[in-house]
Design a protein around this ligand. Structure first.
Ligand code: FEO
Length: 401
């Protein structure tokens, strides 16, 4: 019984979650080289309250953490903010260890609980709706609904602690640290936080905006998400990022060149484009081999930069499959408000340019530049001239108008 590994957050609130380092793909899709944490929080008031559980993978650790913090007290309540199994998997185990526990959640979440096969005695369930409050002794908790964005939320009105579910979370294991001021977030975490947000809830920008406004009216002193560091200061930094991402406003003026190249010729065109941009003063240029860089990273970078150039070879008279996958993911995640251009290549029939433009036209508020470069297998001197026009068009579109 000595596996416990907990952190104290306030005098009566504890982090009882844990890290997962062995999982390679989050949701079986997104690579997590730095692991991920599953956060769960335990409040020791007159009543004891657990906020969310964790993934199966760290179940044993989790139960030991709870037992260590509760000592010989019983668990009175469990608040379930989010029903995805990375947080809800341990609900039934908690009930087995603490049979008297009552579960507080929304009607929808109870419905999902059933759907996932957790059949909790209805006598133990307490349904809350948006705006409900509940006191556990000293602490009064307000419940806020947030459909679609993985964030039904609970706010501790007594000390301004926001239990934000997936909101303000990040990939990356905590490795002993817990608070945002114990890590160098802007150096070590922001890329994973951006990749987490954009790929998991990037699609729901307007919902996120609505929530930011709702939370704006409450004096928040601490944000406790279900993944990644707990925030206790520097909120402006985090809110500015969330505000940009949810409004699809780029963080930086810069060009990402995503290229699909079979034998290196399209890659060569991408390199020439990058060099020409740099020579004309635009040094914030980044190249990505679409076959090598995971699409979740491409999506995160897409939310970051203002300009994207798609350079692709024609494949089976269509778009090269990994490039197609990236474009489809962009559309699914509602990417908008970018300036874009295409570079196409084809040895027999060059189709890919018009197909990529078509895909981009289906996205919102895309400024598609007319300047296009068409390669027939490899770069020619004419292509260099086309490329110069494209560079000028990109730089011109960057001027503040
Ligand atoms: Fe971390 Fe939406 O689950």
């Amino acid at each position: 019984d000595s596996m416990h590994n907990v952190r104290k957050i306030t005098e009566d609130l504890y982090w009882v979650g844990g890290d997962e380092h062995r999982l390679h793909l989050f949701e079986n899709v997104h690579p997590i080289a730095r692991g991920v944490s599953y956060n769960s929080y335990l409040l020791l008031d007159k009543k004891t309250v657990l906020f969310d559980t964790v993934d199966w993978a760290i179940g044993r650790q989790f139960i030991e953490n709870i037992k260590h913090v509760l000592k010989d007290r019983k668990l009175d309540y469990m608040v379930i903010n989010h029903m995805e199994p990375d947080h809800a998997a341990m609900i039934q185990e908690v009930v087995m260890h603490y049979p008297e526990v009552r579960i507080i959640s929304s009607e929808k979440a109870f419905y999902f609980m059933n759907q996932f096969g957790f059949h909790i005695d209805p006598e133990k369930c307490e349904t809350v709706v948006e705006g409900d409050t509940k006191s556990f002794g000293k602490h009064k908790i307000l419940f806020v609904a947030a459909p679609m964005v993985h964030w039904p939320e609970a706010i501790d009105l007594t000390n301004g602690v926001l239990f934000s579910a997936d909101a303000f979370g990040s990939f990356g294991a905590l490795d002993g640290k817990l608070f945002n001021d114990e890590v160098n977030f802007d150096r070590d975490w922001i890329n994973d936080a951006r990749r987490y947000y954009t790929n998991i809830v990037g699609k729901y920008g307007p919902h996120v905006q609505a929530l930011l406004k709702k939370a704006g009216g409450i004096d928040i002193k601490m944000i406790c998400p279900l993944h990644g560091p707990v925030w206790r200061n520097d909120f402006e930094y985090l809110l500015d990022k969330y505000n940009r991402w949810s409004k699809y406003i780029p963080e930086e003026k810069g060009v990402m060149i995503v290229y699909a190249s079979m034998y290196g010729n399209t890659e060569n065109a991408a390199s020439v484009l990058a060099r020409k941009l740099v020579e004309k003063g635009m040094t914030n240029v980044h190249m990505y081999d679409v076959s090598k860089v995971h699409v979740s990273e491409l999506i995160a970078e897409t939310f970051r930069y203002s300009h994207i150039v798609f350079a692709s070879v024609t494949y089976n008279l269509g778009i090269y499959p990994p490039m197609h996958n990236y474009l489809m993911d962009m559309k699914a995640l509602n990417v908008q408000k970018r300036t874009v251009a295409v570079v196409e290549n084809g040895s027999w029939a060059c189709k890919v340019g018009s197909l990529m433009v078509q895909a981009l036209e289906e996205m919102k508020d895309m400024n598609i530049l007319n300047e296009k470069v068409t390669l027939t297998s490899s770069m020619t001197e004419d292509n260099h001239i086309e490329m110069d026009s494209l560079v000028d068009a990109i730089l011109d579109s960057m001027k503040d108008k």
